[in-house]
Design a protein around this ligand. Structure first.
Ligand code: ATP
Length: 461
């Protein structure tokens, strides 16, 4: 541990390093690259998929594994177009857009201070003498498409800009079979789409992205209390995933920032290398959505308590998180550089729960029967945890590779293994190496993966 202390206390991460690491190791890379890429759209490779899946699994665990008052849903991406009239998105889901007649670029009028003008020397848009910005106009962020074979005659529909509305449309149906009553929630994970004017910062802001949203329906009088409950729950969730608490904060929206449906919203923000930015929004949506959909559809969307005879439209507390932003926060928080054996190494100190690969099985050399023995160890472990077998290249380079993808444990098979059936277990963070009997490996690694984990960066701070 001491070897790496000094370097760990410094925060060496930058967005450029994360982007480069993600590409180098195949976590996340630009989409449509053979055609030159498409603006702010990314593909997730093998390790990215595994990391993302671990984030989503942890969210489901918190929503439906650890509690009994939430049910799951997977609603359609394309809903009836009236949905977006009722929700207010058709009219109000807009950002102010300005064009620059000098450089031909478009900017979000409320983000000018964070953006760079297209001219040199680079300044904020509007700050060079040549800049010629138009008046701001409202631009709707929803992607439009058409149902039907003929574009003109077809019905215009929209790719959902948030997953939440599908939950409100199904409120009555779910209430019918879920055997729940307020306070209860409906959770879903899925893709949403926004035609963002100035996307950027890697997967922080993309055109398509996955959301993890939960609508929690409560008696109106209890809404504030439940809002506070979810603020705390959601902050704790990120800390449980190993994100340093001092890189997380809650920020309450000012009145002029609130969405049209919200009476109170607080964001969970993370200290990304680009500064404090929203990771998740937790809103009190009141009865806005159910009331609107009741009005537009003619269906009664309310709760009737048969015991008390009480009838009311529940209020909704909504924690709405982004998968990509959580993946990015986890990567930024875990990124570290230190020195091992006189050489530089890059290491992702991911919480073992999030690590794409939990254990790497590495024969020290690919001869003398070691690969065969290592394959047996791999077969022993792979059913229990995400394991990876790698015999190519020097052992040092294979360790570096596993460190870069955040694998907490490396199991090395050497000549001694052939004599006494033991292997070496190397710890990514402490670099300690223990000799463990092969038949004890599943239990030993299982216990170490399940043990409470604290970021070594935090310990070093
Ligand atoms: P921002 O102010 O950054 O545009 P928002 O307040 O519009 O975000 P919400 O509508 O509250 O975002 O969406 C909930 C979550 O979905 C966000 O906290 C974020 O994690 C994620 N999200 C929203 N838009 C995007 C996007 N374009 N790319 C990636 N993730 C997004």
């Amino acid at each position: 541990m001491h070897r790496t202390m000094r370097r760990m206390a410094e925060d060496v991460v930058t967005m450029e390093k994360i982007v480069a690491l993600c590409k180098r190791r195949g976590f996340i890379f630009p989409a449509s690259e053979i055609y030159g890429g498409i603006a702010n759209t990314y593909d997730y490779g093998h390790y990215g998929v595994l990391l993302k899946r671990n984030v989503i699994d942890a969210w489901w665990q918190a929503m439906i594994g650890d509690r009994n008052d939430i049910v799951a849903l997977d609603s359609a991406i394309i809903q009836h177009p009236r949905t977006w009239e009722a929700s207010g998105h058709l009219e109000g889901f807009t950002d102010p857009l300005v064009d620059c007649k000098a450089c031909g670029q478009r900017f979000r009028a409320d983000h000018l201070q964070d953006l760079q003008c297209g001219l040199k020397p680079s300044k904020h848009p509007g700050e060079t003498p040549q800049c010629d910005l138009t008046e701001a106009r409202e631009f709707n962020l929803m992607f439009e498409t058409t149902i039907g074979p003929v574009k003109e005659a077809g019905a215009t529909v929209y790719l959902r800009p948030e997953t939440a509305q599908g939950i409100f449309l199904d409120f009555k149906t779910v209430l019918g079979f879920a055997r729940k009553k307020p306070p209860f929630g409906i959770a879903q994970v899925g893709k949403s789409f926004r035609n963002e004017i100035t996307p950027g910062n890697f997967v922080f802001r993309t055109l398509e992205f996955e959301q993890m949203e939960m609508e929690f329906f409560v008696p109106p009088d209890d809404a504030q209390e439940w809002h506070e409950h979810w603020l705390k729950e959601r902050m704790d969730w990120y800390v449980r995933l190993g994100i340093r608490a001092d890189h997380l904060r809650l920020r309450a929206h000012d009145a002029d920032e609130l969405s049209h449906y919200s009476s109170a919203t607080s964001d969970v923000e993370y200290l990304y290398p680009i500064g404090w930015q929203e990771l998740e929004g937790i809103a009190n949506r009141g009865d806005f959505d159910l009331t609107q959909h009741a009005k537009f559809s003619g269906e009664k969307l309310e709760y009737f308590d048969t015991a008390s005879g009480e009838r009311y439209v529940p209020y909704v507390i909504e924690p709405a998180a982004g998968v990509g932003r959580t993946v990015l926060a986890a990567l930024c928080d875990a990124y570290d550089e230190d020195e091992v054996g006189g050489g530089e190494r890059t290491v992702l100190r991911l919480h073992p729960r999030l690590a794409p690969i939990k254990v790497a099985i590495l024969p020290v050399v690919s001869k003398d029967g070691l690969p065969e023995r290592a394959q047996e160890v791999f077969q022993l472990l792979r059913g229990q945890m995400q394991a990876e077998y790698d015999e190519g290249g020097s052992i040092g380079r294979r360790y570096r590779r596993q460190d870069e993808i955040g694998t907490p444990f490396g199991v090395t098979i050497d000549h001694q293994t052939l004599e006494d059936d033991t292997v070496t277990v190397r710890d990514r963070d402490t670099l300690e190496q223990d000799r463990v009997a092969i038949d004890e490996l599943p239990a030993t690694l299982g216990a170490r993966l399940a043990a409470p984990w604290e970021s070594p960066k935090l310990a070093a701070a």
